[in-house]
Design a protein around this ligand. Structure first.
Ligand SMILES: Nc1nc2c(ncn2[C@@H]2O[C@H](COP(=O)(O)OP(=O)(O)OP(=O)(O)O)[C@@H](O)[C@H]2O)c(=O)[nH]1
Ligand SMILES: [Mg+2]
Length: 331
């Protein structure tokens, strides 16, 4: 019975799934995000159905070294936003693993208290197996939550590396978490996160060394250049496990939001995001087309001509590009 219902769910057409998601049906939301995550052939249809409803949510990125307390902090923020009566989405993105679960299991445990709240949508997503990685999948998943009426969406990245900076690019406001002993100011600087944080959260303020982490951070931020009228990153101390300082994080995010609106930066960030998204999709499409070419011997023929000295590799690449651009889209 359950299997049959699940199959029926799979067969539901995209517009009806989007309709259900918009009325707050968590299974429709989950199904749509799965279509995104699996790079379903119906992804284009999903994207087209979602776009009229997107662009409402406040997107808050949460990043930082493993174990600094991102999930605990996210959960505490969910509590705070729920108290304010807002519908909340949480997207935990794991760019280092091709599988959901695993590292994300701990996150689910920390999110447990929100599991039965119908106004909280929690999804985890693995992006590594994706062509083009994180860049194109996450914005679509965000649009699903946005269309489902989430007013605030918290995006946590698990893992380290360039992906943290990528996620910062997806959010309206980026929180960078630090904690004594792990993810201190020097590590944050090395990870390139001193440029992307709008609010810096010194978590585990109950531990020794939190003062020093905060001091080092303030010092390093002061070394950066500051343009007249631009946002000055806030630093907030928290103990995510007790919720201490979380209201101050919410205040800082609200102030940043106001700055984004008043300065016109919100519109600029969103346009830049759409710009990056289009560029990324274009690259994915071109890569797909190039992947087809070794099989039609065209590339081999060009390689032979280069080896024979008839063409230089730039001319060969030009020929290939001209051919790829002239071919119909493979997807
Ligand atoms: N003492 C103390 N412990 C904390 C605090 N916040 C989180 N923790 C603990 O730190 C550990 C890691 O917390 P998580 O929230 O899972 O950290 P995370 O950054 O999401 O970890 P990953 O997702 O694995 O990168 C857990 O055992 C938390 O209970 C805090 O403010 N003080
Ligand atoms: Mg986590």
């Amino acid at each position: 019975m359950r299997v049959e219902r699940a199959r029926a769910g799979q067969r539901r057409d995209v517009p009806s799934l989007v309709e259900s998601a918009r009325s707050g049906d968590p299974r429709a939301v989950a199904r749509l995000i799965s279509l995104v995550e699996d790079a379903s052939p119906r992804l284009r249809e999903v994207a087209a159905a979602l776009i009229p409803y997107a662009g409402q949510a406040e997107v808050i990125g949460i990043t930082g070294a493993p174990g600094v307390g991102k999930s605990t902090c996210t959960s505490a923020l969910v509590t705070a936003y729920r108290r304010a009566g807002r519908r909340v989405g949480v997207l935990a993105v794991d760019p280092t693993s091709p599988f959901s679960g695993g590292a994300l299991l701990g996150d689910r445990v920390r999110m447990q208290e929100h599991a039965t709240d119908p106004d909280v949508f929690i999804r985890s997503m693995a992006t590594r197996g994706h062509l083009g990685g994180l860049a194109w999948a996450t914005p679509q998943a965000l649009r699903v939550l946005d269309a489902a009426g989430c007013e605030v969406i918290l995006v946590e990245t698990v893992g380290v590396g360039q992906s943290e900076v990528e996620v910062a690019g997806l959010a309206d406001t980026t929180l960078v978490l630090l904690a004594p002993g792990m993810g201190d100011a020097v590590q944050v600087a090395k990870a390139g996160l001193l440029e992307v944080g709008d609010v810096y959260v010194v978590n585990k303020a109950d531990r020794d060394g939190a003062d020093r982490v905060g001091r080092d951070l303030r010092h390093m931020l002061a070394l950066g250049e500051h343009r007249e009228g631009s946002w000055i990153p806030r630093i907030v101390r928290t103990v995510a496990t007790t919720g201490d300082g979380i209201d101050a994080v919410v205040d800082a995010v609200t102030q940043h939001r106001a700055y984004l609106r008043e300065s016109g930066e919100l519109a600029r960030r969103r346009t830049r995001r759409a710009h990056d998204e289009i560029a990324e999709l274009t690259l994915v499409d071109l890569r797909k087309r190039l992947d087809l070419l070794p099989h039609d011997r065209r590339l081999d023929a060009l390689a032979e001509r280069v080896v024979a000295g008839e063409l230089d590799p730039y001319q060969a690449a030009d020929e290939l590009v001209a051919e790829v651009l002239g071919a119909p889209s493979p997807s």
